[in-house]
Design a protein around this ligand. Structure first.
Ligand SMILES: NC(=O)c1ccc[n+]([C@@H]2O[C@H](COP(=O)([O-])OP(=O)(O)OC[C@H]3O[C@@H](n4cnc5c(N)ncnc54)[C@H](OP(=O)(O)O)[C@@H]3O)[C@@H](O)[C@H]2O)c1
Length: 251
């Protein structure tokens, strides 16, 4: 199978590793699943549409990837806990990629955002990230081994493009995902206890969310995710950070 990762930038093999990828049925999450599969990982896609999951799993299997799926709304903590608990591979995953996400309504400036819209976006983008970490993270911490990569967004930063206002629930959900990342990384000793926790910005990407005119391909967006998931871990490894194009960027 051809892979951007192994053509241009050799990455470590992920044979015998299991990766759970929320939002893996489409867009950036699917591209990440394909690349992780190309490196030898077994991938478990998490999404809410059975049709999208089934089509994504079939596509991956056709490419030679060992793939399975879990159909659950990431915003529902009880159902996530139950679904992951019933899936022995996902429960013991080595890698967790939180890519499931939704954009706010275009007019969602703070004073025009309904309570329902606020809850919808926070529920998927922020609670969804927390729910998967709660279901899988404790086993990683116990084994002293794991990678958690939260797909954030430039719009959630306290710098650069994050300062313009608008799209309030989306921006603030991603700012909170950044805070969750930093907090969890500190709680896990910033890598000293074997679990790496990072956030990344994919940039404007051609997906259902980003639209057809976005400058980046899903594969380009997924590159940093795959690099974070497969990089070596030693005493020099930097973690608990926000990454873009394999570089650290300010929160
Ligand atoms: N695209 C961009 O320009 C861009 C830029 C910056 C950051 N991001 C971030 O990158 C991530 C991926 O975005 P994308 O562009 O790949 O989006 P996308 O193409 O719209 O795909 C969204 C994915 O999230 C899943 N999802 C949505 N709601 C869910 C729920 N309640 N439960 C489970 N799964 C759910 C979808 O599953 P179904 O198929 O089941 O609906 C789908 O797999 C998001 O977190 C987004 O905020 C994207």
């Amino acid at each position: 199978m051809t892979s951007i990762a192994d053509a241009a930038n050799p990455l470590s093999s992920l044979t015998d590793k299991v990766a759970v990828i929320t939002g893996g049925s489409r867009g950036i999450g699917f591209a990440a699943a394909r690349e992780l599969g190309a490196l030898g990982a077994t991938v478990v896609l998490v999404g809410q549409s059975p049709e999208n999951l089934s089509s994504a799993v079939s596509n991956l299997i056709a490419l030679g990837v060992d793939a399975d799926s879990i159909c659950v709304d990431v915003a529902d903590g009880e159902k996530v806990s139950e679904a992951i608990g019933n899936h022995s591979l996902a429960l013991e995953a080595d890698i967790l990629i939180n890519s499931a996400g939704v954009m706010s309504e275009k007019m969602a400036k703070t004073l025009r955002t309904s309570n329902q819209e606020w809850q919808r976006v926070m529920g998927i983008n922020l609670d969804g990230t927390f729910n998967l970490i709660s279901a899988i993270g404790p086993q990683m911490a116990q084994r002293k081994s794991g990678r958690i990569i939260n797909v954030s967004a430039c719009l959630g930063r306290f710098s650069g493009p994050g300062l313009a206002g608008g799209l309030a629930p989306y921006r603030i959900s991603k700012t909170a995902v950044n805070a969750l990342t930093k907090n969890l990384a500190a709680e896990l000793g910033n890598g000293s206890r074997g679990v790496l926790v990072d956030a990344m910005c994919p940039n404007h990407t051609r997906t259902d969310m980003g639209g057809p005119d976005a400058p980046r391909s899903p594969e380009e967006a997924a590159d940093t995710i795959v690099w974070l998931a497969s990089r070596e871990h030693n005493s020099e490894t930097l973690t608990g950070l926000l990454w873009e194009d394999r570089q650290i960027v300010p929160w």
